[in-house]
Design a protein around this ligand. Structure first.
Ligand SMILES: NC(=O)c1ccc[n+]([C@@H]2O[C@H](COP(=O)([O-])OP(=O)(O)OC[C@H]3O[C@@H](n4cnc5c(N)ncnc54)[C@H](O)[C@@H]3O)[C@@H](O)[C@H]2O)c1
Length: 337
């Protein structure tokens, strides 16, 4: 069996490639990545029991036919995946997330390989971004090619949290944990404290990919994949329990998605998939991992940060502990995917 994974060295891919052999022990796993995000480290210490082949290639320009030839399935993760960054890079986002997806889909068609496409629950929000638009267009490309015989499945992932070798920290939960562990103020959007959003444990993301492939769910259906819907206040509460001395800094955000929404994974559950992750243990694992970055009294703030005036509330909180409980809002300037 041959499985091709694009964007294999990224946050999701780097965990997936380590867990996929337990779903398909005999598989040859071909990893494609253009190293745009420099996650070379995702290739280190791969499990020996599987057969891996890494190809440095760009889905926008590479000749994909020889790579996909004979593939039993293609998992398409390659993307510019940061919604906030996508405003600055809209051309690149269009090229990679739309044209790149179309190139992969057409190559799948020629190779007669089914395709799994990673999309996003951001599409349910009210505010748009080049990132969300590109995912919508990517989904539409697949639906169009369905008429020509493309077999595919779309998994709309919630904002992913969790640990991987190619981990990134631009998404909400991972970012909060990073800031807390690095003794930085946890920056949250004031207006969004009580807005609910869908989140996805990384283990569940990987599990859903393995599940969809094992079950051969390539009939063009779209599945939402969400471990939990929760608001940022609840995320901060968990973080406080893990790291009692966090300091939250509220920021105003222009262009923030004003909607509060929840997403159900009913369709995937009805196929028999079971979620195993939960926010609390996922965050505990991230915090444990990051603790080594700031081992001594990780959640007190260095004098330099206070001196820069970023933490006006720090000294007030020494005298009024309630301030630590009350001054939280939502994500900082970078909106999570
Ligand atoms: N992480 C999340 O919260 C989340 C949520 C919903 C959907 N998704 C989707 O899941 C997929 C994987 O997300 P991720 O978090 O692992 O992202 P990531 O940025 O960590 O990984 C993407 C990988 O794709 C590679 N890449 C970028 N452009 C490429 C190109 N032109 N050719 C080949 N490789 C290229 C990058 O080098 C990177 O290793 C993306 O499609 C993303 O949109 C992610």
């Amino acid at each position: 069996m041959k499985i091709v994974i694009t964007g294999a060295l990224g946050h999701i891919g780097s965990r997936l490639i380590r867990e996929l052999p337990s779903f398909f022990p005999e598989a040859e796993i071909v990893l494609i990545d253009n190293l745009a995000t420099q996650r070379y480290c995702s290739l280190f210490h791969l499990p020996e029991r599987a057969s891996f082949r890494f190809i440095e290639a760009d889905v926008v320009t590479a000749d994909l036919d020889p790579i996909l030839s004979g593939a039993d399935a293609v998992i398409h993760l390659a993307a510019i995946a940061d919604p906030a960054e996508s405003f600055r890079k809209s051309r690149l986002v269009e090229a990679v997330n739309v044209r790149g997806t179309e190139r992969v889909a057409r190559a799948c068609l020629r190779a007669q390989s089914p395709m799994l496409f990673a999309s996003t629950t951001s599409l349910y929000g009210k505010a748009s971004s080049p990132y969300a638009d590109s995912k919508r267009k990517g989904e539409a490309v697949l639906q169009r090619l369905r008429g020509q015989g493309l077999r595919f499945v779309i998994l709309r992932f919630g904002t992913v949290f969790g640990v991987s070798p190619g981990m990134r920290f631009s998404t909400a939960v991972n970012k909060f944990c990073w800031q807390a562990a690095l003794r930085q103020p946890v920056t949250v959007w004031r207006a969004a404290l009580n807005q609910k959003r869908p989140y996805l444990d990384l283990g569940d993301a990987v599990g859903s990919i393995g599940f969809a492939m094992k079950r051969g769910l390539f009939d063009g259906t779209l599945y939402d994949v969400v471990t939990t819907n929760t608001d940022v206040a609840a995320v901060l509460e968990i973080l406080r329990n893990l790291s009692p001395r966090i300091c939250v800094e509220c920021v105003e955000a222009n262009g923030m998605d004003p909607s509060s929404y929840e997403v159900s994974s009913r369709r995937l559950l009805s196929k028999g998939f079971r979620f195993q992750g939960d926010l609390r243990s996922g965050m505990a694992e991230i915090v444990r991992l990051l603790q080594s970055a700031s081992p001594q009294n990780p959640l007190s703030f260095p004098p330099s940060v206070v001196a820069e005036g970023k933490l006006q509330r720090e000294s007030e909180a020494e005298t009024d502990p309630r301030l630590r409980e009350d001054d939280s809002c939502e994500m900082g300037p970078k909106h999570p995917s």
